[in-house]
Design a protein around this ligand. Structure first.
Ligand SMILES: *Cc1c(COP(=O)(O)O)cnc(C)c1O
Length: 348
């Protein structure tokens, strides 16, 4: 039987605010945040900065704007930014840092794989009039396009050390940093101490409708706040959103359930003939899967799921992404497994 509501595995951004969150939004004290008058925004920024042990934080309308403001605040026009070729900043953010910041991206293949810190050292070239000087290293944790893989704190520390040796600042795209922290059962500060600035999303697995946090040293955040204004992200009675963001921080421990369900689903899928799940087991809440050679094609598979009320997205050639989040329950996981299993049986 097709479920009454769609089972939406396209992303953890599809999570809806719950009743407690909506109540917090309605009741939040408000003011004009561009004048610095919104107490709810201030409270969120203060708590968020403390949570990741940075001087200050600024509330951003999106993760994309948080990353862009961070790149702008860390660099000058003509600087080079070293980052993974599959990173969100390079792959999915419309080239914003190049368009607005005039920086040169220096994408490195497999930067998050073994030997990454050495790759950083190799990517930084000596001072020379021919070269854009490298100023910033961007890392991503968990790594979306790698299927939610996690860099451990000791690994992050090695990158940070390589960056410091070569006088690079480090910005961490921690859109899902709490997934990384929960997956390894390590405090988030062990991760955030290995970078100069960090962005994290409230609007993904944590369930806020809108909003991200950028945190870092005081002068950096002052600069990023000005860039937020320049980008059109200065928001007025933003406390109505910050209240949702504040409530979403309560959901951090619940990410463990998402990881448990992702594991259950991935194990079930991997047990079916014809499907490959990689990485396996899924490190966090993201599952990447592909159909094995010669079987049903990806488009047909996705269409079949859609017609049975299940949404997932194509993620590059022959790859499918499924993301588990707080609005997916155990029954949904079972339903997805049964649907996929029935579909694949028609090919054996
Ligand atoms: C979603 C995401 C972002 C951007 O967040 P938006 O709020 O969608 O702009 C940045 N980095 C990573 C790794 C993400 O997954």
């Amino acid at each position: 039987m097709t479920p009454a509501q769609k089972i939406d595995l396209r992303s953890d951004t599809v999570t809806l605010p719950d009743a407690a969150m909506k109540k917090a939004m309605v009741e939040a004290p408000l003011g004009d945040d561009v004048f610095g008058d919104d107490p709810t925004v201030k409270l969120l920024e203060k708590n968020a900065a403390e949570l990741v042990e940075k001087d200050l934080a600024v509330f951003m309308p999106s993760g994309t704007m948080g990353n862009l403001a961070a790149v702008l605040a860390h660099t000058s026009r003509g600087d080079a930014v070293i980052l993974d070729a599959e990173s969100h900043i390079f792959y999915y953010e419309a080239g914003g840092s190049s368009v607005v910041g005039g920086v040169q991206f220096w994408p490195v293949a497999d930067l998050h794989c073994s030997g990454g810190p050495e790759k950083v050292l190799q990517a930084v070239r000596p001072p020379d009039q021919h070269f854009a000087p490298a100023r910033l290293l961007c890392l991503e944790n968990s790594h979306n396009r790698q299927g939610g893989t996690v860099l451990r704190p000791d690994e992050l520390q090695s990158y940070y050390q390589a960056a410091q040796e070569t006088r690079l600042h480090v910005h961490l795209d921690g859109a899902r940093i709490f997934n990384a922290s929960i997956a390894l059962d390590r405090p988030v500060t062990e991760f955030t101490r290995c970078c100069d600035s960090v962005m994290f999303c409230l609007s993904k697995g944590l369930g806020a409708p809108i909003g991200s946090i950028l945190a870092g040293p005081a002068p950096f955040i002052e600069s990023a706040r000005r860039y937020r204004k320049l980008l059109g992200g200065g928001m007025r009675q933003a406390g109505i959103l910050a209240a949702a963001g504040f409530a979403s921080l309560q959901n951090i421990p619940l990410l463990k359930e998402d990881h448990r369900r992702a594991l259950t689903l991935a194990q079930g899928l991997a047990n079916l003939n014809h499907l490959k799940v990689d990485p396996f087991p899924p490190p966090t809440n993201i599952i990447l899967l592909s159909l094995k050679e010669g079987k049903a094609d990806t488009e047909d598979f996705l269409q079949h799921l859609e017609s049975h009320g299940i949404q997932a997205i194509p993620f590059g050639k022959d790859l499918i992404r499924m993301v588990i989040h707080k609005d997916i329950n155990d029954r949904d996981i079972n339903y997805v497994l049964n649907t996929v299993s029935a579909y694949l049986k028609t090919f054996s």
